[in-house]
Design a protein around this ligand. Structure first.
Ligand code: DGY
Length: 324
């Protein structure tokens, strides 16, 4: 009987995916479903052929270069790879894969959810009602921002940004503008009526809702800082479903507390799972626990994408989603 490749999952995955993996692999799973320490990850990479982390595991050089490492592939469960030292993997000759495409719609849906919750003050309203503080309907109660004809400014214009733009345009009649290093293909711009804005400050100054869709790399660290926040319109709303490091959370908390922008909707944070304490006390920010891809369908599809990458790798082919 052929030897089955040894796979380690750092977290529980949806049942259907775990079952599918067990058909062809010798699978070990972190049944506690709690974060593994760096030492446990080093131990894991020494005792498997494929390590399958999630976006919350920091796979740094000390793990990739752990003496005696046997893993030949890191099959990441997630599209973002900012938590993996890709250069160290390249140098160690380890293949790295991710799970693009399958989470585009779920994440775009969540960006729209945050945009609506923040502009229509849904969190504030629900907290008021549950606390028994609602005194009834009145013309001036919890007024928010209407979206029709407003400008959605996207930072980054990849798959998720475009899916968000499509929803915002079709459902709410928003105008679409975007900032990215290069302009998109003319047919993509035409389909969304999207305008490329080459300078970030111009996009930030002219948008009503600003939605972040760029990767969490050193070049985007604190792209939204005190200066950019000061340039936003007083009734602007910031939405982040990308990576927490793109926003200077302390500066954002200050801008929100002083009412310099109207509101924010966040799904990702600089130090997950910790949230900047100054944000926790504010009414005008919606805080979700990194739920962008959290639909049953999407999480199964993400897992199956990892399985496909592993299958191809162990069959001697190039995985479809090879990052390194
Ligand atoms: C990812 O895949 O990078 C998301 O942040 C989690 O679904």
């Amino acid at each position: 009987m052929a030897i089955r490749p040894r796979i380690i999952l750092t977290r529980r995955w949806p049942d259907a995916v775990e079952r599918r993996l067990r058909e062809d692999y010798d699978v070990r799973i972190n049944e506690q479903d709690a974060p593994m320490s760096a030492e446990q990850l080093r131990e894991a990479i020494r005792s498997c052929d494929a390590l399958c982390p999630t976006v919350s595991d920091v796979i740094d050089r000390s793990i990739i270069e752990a003496p005696g490492a046997t893993a030949r592939i890191i099959g990441n469960y997630g599209v973002g790879t900012n938590h993996i030292d890709l250069e160290a993997a390249r140098q160690a000759g380890m293949v790295v894969t991710n799970t693009p495409d399958v989470l585009t719609d779920a994440t775009a849906d969540l960006a729209i959810l945050l945009m609506l919750m923040a502009t229509r003050r849904a969190g504030e309203g629900e907290r008021e009602l549950r606390a028994g503080r609602w005194s009834g309907w009145r013309p001036t109660h919890l007024l928010g921002l209407g979206l029709k004809g407003k400008t959605l400014g996207l930072i980054g214009f990849g798959r998720i940004a475009q899916a968000t733009a499509m929803r915002a345009k079709a459902a709410f009649g928003m105008r679409i503008a975007y900032y990215s290093r290069r302009a998109a293909a003319p047919e993509v711009e035409a389909a969304l009526g999207a305008e490329h804005v080459p300078a970030l400050k111009d996009l930030v100054e002219t948008s009503d809702v600003i939605s972040l869709h760029c990767p969490g790399v050193p070049e985007t660290h604190h792209l939204i800082n005190a200066d950019m926040l000061a340039r936003m319109k007083p009734d602007a709303v910031l939405v982040n479903t990308a990576r927490g490091t793109v926003v200077d959370e302390a500066a954002l908390a200050e801008a929100l507390a002083e009412g310099r922008i109207a509101a924010a909707g966040l799904d990702v944070y600089e130090q997950e799972p910790n949230v900047h304490p100054a944000l926790l006390g504010l009414e005008n920010v919606v805080l979700l626990p990194h739920l962008g891809s959290a639909t049953r369908e999407t999480r199964v599809a993400m897992g199956m994408r990892v399985v496909d990458n592993l299958d191809r790798f162990f069959a001697g082919e190039s995985p479809l989603d090879r990052v390194v």
